[in-house]
Design a protein around this ligand. Structure first.
Ligand code: ADE
Length: 418
């Protein structure tokens, strides 16, 4: 009997090579694997994971297993699974329930399968696994010592649950680690989203008017990269501080109603629904390209696009053309799902090295201390950010200075002045 469901187990060798490549770019993970393989901090833990099945995630899964954990895994997005990687993991004996192109029912079936072994820890990206336990299988929560959450959207929702006293176990907000959001969200999302747009279209970016909705860490990362590729970048915002930041970084800020008329390429990175809607589609130029890099596919109102368009056809992988009543064509990439994972391979390994080091160390912390934590959302343990940053720097051969005792005393000396 198989304990997995993947698209094609015959892809395992190709996936194995991809994972090997990722491992060669993830030195922090490899050093943690070596260290914690000896001490086995996850022995006896059953970890259910719901996170994009990519070559980088495979490195995380292998590392959790080497540290003693039993694993069961599903993807956290219907279009993000790399089928060869899923096959490689299944061939190694990991119960993986993930394939590219799942429908919603298959997506939740896969999550349910990972819960069959009654996890003691959960690892989420987008909180669908935690929500499934809370809403559908609350009886499982009594076995769960704690969970982690990878993404901004998931953390927002979990904080709201925690505030209402609705969380059944403690959750660590891995997203909020500095060594996660300051790198993964900015440089990871920046590069991989541009990669997705290029793979789905191969358009020349130089000279294009590139509209980024949301100038948070992810939107800013995309804007910086688009600027570097020669685009004229426009940001749309609802937050005055972010709008000011964008302006002072040389990015024009305007309302989406105005941006819709002038943009060549649009990307949403807001975590909010209905950012691009019918009236925007109607005012877009012929040939406009639209996509999303936020966790959920609600930022572009695709239902309205489908209603208003007169016809639709697939032009190339991850690229659908909608013909508007005025004859204009709008190109929707990756069905409005995460363009960086659905049309490309997600963030590069080097940056996931830090995000997943935080996941791994948070899992170890929960295994040891989770029982004593309040049922709420917690920051990563003190010192973890510094540990991850120092490991990363050291893997890059970079040393930094240390404050002397005199300098430390100077820091705290409030009698010193001009
Ligand atoms: N999220 C963004 N990029 C990712 C990747 N490469 N692997 C897993 N999760 C991701």
């Amino acid at each position: 009997m198989t304990n997995y469901k993947v698209a094609d187990i015959g892809l395992a060798e190709q996936g194995r090579l991809k994972i090997e490549w990722a491992e060669s770019r993830m030195p922090v993970m490899m050093s943690l694997r070596e260290r914690y393989g000896r001490t086995q901090p996850l022995k006896g833990m059953r970890i259910a994971g719901c996170l994009h099945v990519t070559k980088e995630t495979a490195v995380l899964i292998r590392t959790l297993a080497v540290a003693g954990a039993e694993i069961s895994w599903s993807g956290c997005n219907p279009l993000s699974t790399q089928d060869d990687v899923a096959a490689a993991l299944a061939a190694e004996g990991f119960p993986v329930y993930a394939w590219h192109g799942q429908n919603v029912q298959e997506f939740y079936w896969s999550i349910d399968k990972t819960l069959e072994f009654k996890p003691t820890l959960t690892l989420d990206d987008g909180a669908d696994l935690i929500f499934t336990i809370h809403n559908k299988h609350p009886e499982l929560a009594k076995n769960v010592i704690g969970g982690t959450e990878e993404t901004t959207t998931g953390v927002h929702r979990l904080r709201a649950m925690g505030k209402d006293g609705k969380l059944l176990y403690p959750v660590i907000a891995v997203n909020d680690a500095e060594t996660k959001w300051d790198f993964d969200n900015v440089y990871g999302t920046g590069q991989s989203s541009i990669d997705g747009i290029v793979r789905a279209t191969n358009v020349l970016l130089a000279g294009k008017t590139f509209v980024v909705a949301g100038y948070g860490h992810c939107g800013r990362g995309v804007a910086l990269r688009a600027k570097g590729m020669g685009c004229n970048v426009i940001a749309t915002e609802v937050d005055s501080i972010q709008a000011l930041k964008a302006t002072l970084e040389g990015v024009r800020v305007m309302k989406m109603d105005e941006a819709a008329k002038v943009g060549d390429i649009f990307i949403t990175a807001t975590g909010m629904k209905d950012v691009i809607v019918k009236r925007h589609f109607e005012s877009m130029k012929d040939g406009a390209i639209i996509c999303n890099t936020g966790h959920y596919d609600c930022e572009i109102n695709i239902k309205q696009l489908e209603e208003v368009a007169e016809s639709k056809r697939t032009i190339r992988p991850s690229n659908e053309e909608y013909r508007m009543p005025n004859g204009n064509r709008i190109y929707l990439l990756a069905q409005g799902r995460l363009v960086n994972l659905a049309a490309a391979e997600g963030h590069p390994s080097e940056v996931m090295d830090m995000s997943f080091a935080n996941q791994f160390l948070s899992m170890c912390y929960l295994a040891r201390h989770g029982q004593g934590l309040a049922k709420d959302v917690h920051d990563i343990p003190g010192g973890q950010d510094d540990e991850v940053a120092m490991l990363k720097l050291s893997s890059m051969g970079i040393s930094i200075d240390e404050l002397t005792d005199e300098q430390l005393a100077y820091l705290n000396d409030y009698s010193a002045g001009t």
